[in-house]
Design a protein around this ligand. Structure first.
Ligand SMILES: Cc1cc2nc3c(=O)[nH]c(=O)nc-3n(C[C@H](O)[C@H](O)[C@H](O)COP(=O)(O)O)c2cc1C
Length: 310
């Protein structure tokens, strides 16, 4: 038996696998037992009702997807009244993802969603900061720290900060989120990209640019998770291009305590369960009794080989 539990701060998860925000919805419960997930993460919730970006919102590109959804949202009351109660019967902690255009907005929304049935709040700090220059909060270390600090003041729930990869020094932003009191970091959101519909001489996405997600993203975000792991003490949740147990294990080996799985959920809705089973099988094969021992288990490139260590 492998002990599959992991700790994300004070929160113990039964295994390290959960969905990336916006990549699962209530309907997934019809094809899999949601109680088998390490956690359930909601679509990002915004203070106001939003329609989202104009179509097309998703464009496929080789081993990646480009998406500009624009966070359509029915508002926080809908989540408190409908979505949180929907997930209550499942034996998996519910994480509410939130986003707001101001530091104060992050605080108020966090307080609003700190209701029974919500185990943690994840800050999607990839949204524009309207008090400053309109750039994403997490492109700016200071704004990230302020938003997370305000959230921590507003709730007794753990606060996770989901960072944007669209920065030159993600470790600096990670340290700022930690300084603001983040209990964990999710690394990361989609990488900014675009595509052109050449037949029609137009941008392929309604929003022109969007987040690139999917398998092609993994080497880049894995590198970022590695950099962040060396810069902070708090737990890291790796997210970017994970489609298999091996991908998830790579993230754990560079220092992540858990992983979020996104785009593959649309292709293969039970992928998360295969990933849980695959991680467990790997641990058994390698004689690893606790999955948490995979965190940071990557050895130095020029150190002894596995046979020499054994
Ligand atoms: C259709 C779609 C919707 C998404 N919506 C959100 C969202 O609401 N909030 C958020 O933080 N990330 C959102 N994401 C980003 C994912 O949570 C994840 O960070 C990203 O897809 C990278 O993981 P992946 O390569 O496994 O897909 C969305 C991604 C997709 C594909």
């Amino acid at each position: 038996m492998v002990d599959m539990t992991v700790d994300i701060g004070d929160l113990t998860l039964k295994n390290p696998v959960m969905p990336g925000s916006g990549t699962m919805a209530e309907g997934l419960g019809q094809v899999m037992d949601l109680s088998r997930l390490g956690a359930i993460v909601t679509k990002t919730i915004t203070p106001d009702i939003r329609e989202g970006c104009p179509p097309p919102r998703v464009v496929e590109y080789k081993d990646a997807t480009l998406m500009a959804i624009g966070i359509p949202c029915k508002g926080p009351d809908y989540y408190v009244e409908t979505i949180v109660p929907f997930y209550r019967p499942y034996d998996a902690p519910l994480v509410c993802s939130v986003s707001a255009p101001t530091v104060d907005g992050f605080g108020k929304l966090t307080a609003h969603l700190s209701v029974e049935g919500v185990a943690a709040i994840e800050a999607n700090v990839s949204c524009p900061n309207l008090e400053k220059d309109g750039k994403a909060f997490s492109m700016d270390a200071d704004a990230t720290e302020k938003a997370i600090r305000r959230m921590k003041e507003a709730t007794d729930r753990p606060v996770w900060a989901k960072l944007t990869p669209n920065v030159t020094d993600i470790a600096a932003v990670a340290q700022a989120a930690q300084a603001g009191g983040a209990d964990a970091l999710t690394v990361a959101n989609g990488l900014l990209g675009m595509a052109v519909d050449v037949e029609n001489f137009r941008p392929a996405l309604g929003n022109v640019t969007g987040g690139m997600t999917g398998p092609a993203l993994k080497p880049i975000i894995l590198r970022m998770a590695h950099q962040v792991a060396r810069a902070v003490e708090i737990p890291i949740i790796g997210c970017g291009g994970i489609v298999s147990a091996e991908d998830a294990i790579e993230y754990m080996m560079v220092g992540c305590s858990a992983v979020q799985v996104g785009t593959i959920n649309f292709v293969h809705p039970t992928a998360m369960l295969d990933i849980v089973d695959g991680i467990e099988a790997f641990c058994r094969r390698k004689g690893i009794e606790r999955v948490r021992d995979l965190t940071g288990a990557m050895r130095e490139r020029h150190g002894p080989t596995e046979e020499q260590v054994a």
